[in-house]
Design a protein around this ligand. Structure first.
Ligand code: TRP
Length: 331
């Protein structure tokens, strides 16, 4: 069976973009592969150094994971910092990572631009830690969005370099994975092309938003005064509403509003109302589970603990073998 590894950074609640971009794929894969899904709290520390806030986010992401359908009996769900083996592999991989390639990484350059006062070494070696996450379970596939492709390529490079230097075929070369053309892009409600909480909170619909909140957010979504000619090309903000509809509504609904648009009869108020209701119909089962899980700390703790134990089994084996291959002394 193939091994699948992926993680999400706990910087807040998960939104529809996280769901359709990542989570939905995770859920599908749990029946087909040996899956490890974790919460990448060490990665968050590179930009958010305070643990107190992080702990709330970790709990919320675990809740979102479970409520959306990740099953701790099928997959291994754990918190990155519960697996010290990752830190050891990270250290060893750091010896194989060159300063030049780390400095050239797009996400590093972006973070340097955004936080010029906190260019720490953890930020520089972020891709090495990510490679350690993946290689610690010797993954075949890594379901991630497009923005992670460079990190994935680097993980492959480190794995290949390790194999080359130590004359082994130990590490598999992990590939990024998604379900091909089923990938739906989730835009923001603010006219931006990507739902992203770091760009704009109000542009996001969270899985944990109450129905009333979703209604308010969607009704406030950016639109315009409507098309003036039949079959007019859609401006980005309007295209976004249609894309969201494509994700959550029936094809009949989508077709109805397409026709209204193409014949210049569309009323965006009506479209948004329908969109809000369809989003709510989609999120309600998840939302209800979230409310239930929030008050069940004992269960959440047991999930994290069981996940850490299962992850430890796989990770300790890798670290032992990697130390052996490198020739690290072990007396
Ligand atoms: N860097 C990823 C992100 O920001 C999160 C992540 C950390 C990850 N480690 C990983 C994703 C390992 C896949 C595999 O989304």
């Amino acid at each position: 069976m193939e091994t699948v590894v992926s993680g999400i950074r706990p910087t807040g609640f998960l939104h529809l973009g996280n769901y359709f971009g990542a989570l939905r794929n995770f859920i599908k894969m749990q029946d087909e592969a040996n899956c490890f899904f974790f919460i990448a709290d060490y990665h968050s520390l590179t930009t958010h150094p305070k643990g107190s806030e992080l702990n709330t986010h970790i709990k919320n992401v675990l809740i979102d994971y479970l409520a959306a359908g990740l099953d701790p009996d099928k997959s291994t769900l754990y918190v990155q910092s519960d697996l010290p083996e990752t830190a050891e592999l990270y250290l060893l991989l750091n010896m194989l990572a060159y300063l030049g390639e780390l400095e050239r990484c797009v996400s590093f350059k972006e973070k340097v631009r955004k936080h010029p006062d906190n260019v720490n070494a953890g930020l520089l070696t972020y891709p090495v830690l990510q490679a350690a996450d993946i290689l610690i379970h010797n993954a075949d596939k890594v379901p991630v969005g497009k923005d992670q492709l460079q990190h994935l390529e680097m993980a492959r490079d480190f794995a290949q370099r390790f194999n080359h230097i130590y004359e082994t075929e130990y590490f598999k070369l992990p590939v990024a994975y998604n379900f091909g053309n089923e990938l739906i892009k989730i835009p923001g409600l603010d006219g931006s092309t990507k739902m992203s909480k770091s760009d704009n909170e109000a542009s996001c619909v969270y899985l944990s938003d109450a129905p009333e909140t979703i209604r308010k957010k969607v009704m406030k979504a950016v639109s315009d005064s409507g098309p003036t000619e039949p079959h007019q090309e859609k401006p980005q903000a309007i295209e976004n509403l249609f894309q969201l509809m494509q994700a959550v509504s029936t094809s009949e609904t989508l077709q109805f509003f397409e026709e209204q648009y193409n014949t210049c009869q569309i009323r965006y108020g009506d479209m948004k109302k329908q969109l809000a209701e369809d989003i709510i119909a989609f999120t309600t089962p998840i939302y209800e589970k979230i409310l239930e899980l929030r008050s069940n700390d004992t269960y959440l703790r047991s999930v994290a603990q069981k996940g850490a134990e299962k992850a430890h089994e796989s990770a300790s084996k890798t670290v032992r073998q990697v130390r052996e291959i490198i020739g690290v002394r072990s007396i």
